[in-house]
Design a protein around this ligand. Structure first.
Ligand SMILES: [Mg+2]
Length: 239
């Protein structure tokens, strides 16, 4: 019998690329470059930066803020909270440019990515691979190039081009259309239970939750704790 699953789409940040570590490393470096900023509680600043990013990204994905606008909001909010006063747009943009340089230099794949892709190539030779991500298409493609995955993940579907963001079914369906496959021929793996795994399942794909933090696990959808378990899980789903 021919395999039921013909393509596998990955979420990017938190699934293939360790966005959190890159962002935290970059924040520390960019804060250290601010003249006159002493005695920063870096752990607190990192927590706030992550929270501000979540909030600003949500408003970007809903169309309320531009990609640049969400960056400025994060920077000006953090600067104010650190007692640096009110930053105007040029100052925020200049600081963010420094942050971005550090962030991009710190882009890495998780250690389980390479072994998983090699095992998939061996055990699921027919499988087409791609990425489906909430974010800016140019930046997400740049990430894939930087970490050396651009030639393997041929289809890249980003919310900025799709006109819809996860958890909306529309972006998943656009991914399937791009692959010329039906939703039930496509598996989707991501690190967020609701936004990735459940949303993909609701759109008719085979949603898989990558539970990297070992959080409590529901009965459905299928869950893995490392991408190394992906080939075996796909075999099981295919049966
Ligand atoms: Mg993610």
């Amino acid at each position: 019998m021919a395999p039921a699953i013909k393509a596998l789409l990955f979420d990017l940040d938190g699934t293939l690329i360790d966005h959190d570590t890159a962002a935290m490393v970059a924040l520390t470096q960019a804060l250290q470059a601010i003249p006159g900023l002493h005695q920063v509680d870096h752990a607190h600043a990192r927590r706030r930066w992550k929270q501000l990013e979540e909030l600003a990204m949500e408003r970007y994905l809903s169309g309320e803020l531009t990609f640049t606008g969400q960056r400025r909001l994060r920077v000006t909010s953090l600067a104010a909270e650190l007692g640096l006063g009110t930053w105007d747009a040029p100052r925020a943009d200049a600081w963010f440019a420094g942050y971005l340089h550090h962030y991009e230099s710190a882009w890495r794949v998780y250690p389980d990515v390479r072994p998983a892709l090699d095992a998939l190539a061996e055990q699921h030779r027919h499988l087409r691979l791609g990425a489906l991500t909430n974010g800016d298409a140019d930046q997400q493609r740049k990430k894939l190039l930087h970490v050396g995955l651009a030639s393997e993940l041929l289809a890249v579907i980003a919310s900025s081009e799709a006109g819809a963001a996860k958890p909306h079914a529309k972006i998943f369906h656009q991914g399937c259309t791009r692959l010329r496959l039906a939703p039930d021929e496509v598996a989707y793996v991501g690190d967020r239970l609701q936004t990735d795994a459940i949303a993909a399942t609701n759109a008719g794909l085979h949603g898989i939750w990558l539970n990297r933090d070992n959080a409590p696990t529901p009965a459905e959808p299928p869950v893995i704790q490392t991408l190394k378990d992906l080939p075996a899980l796909l075999t099981k789903i295919d049966r």
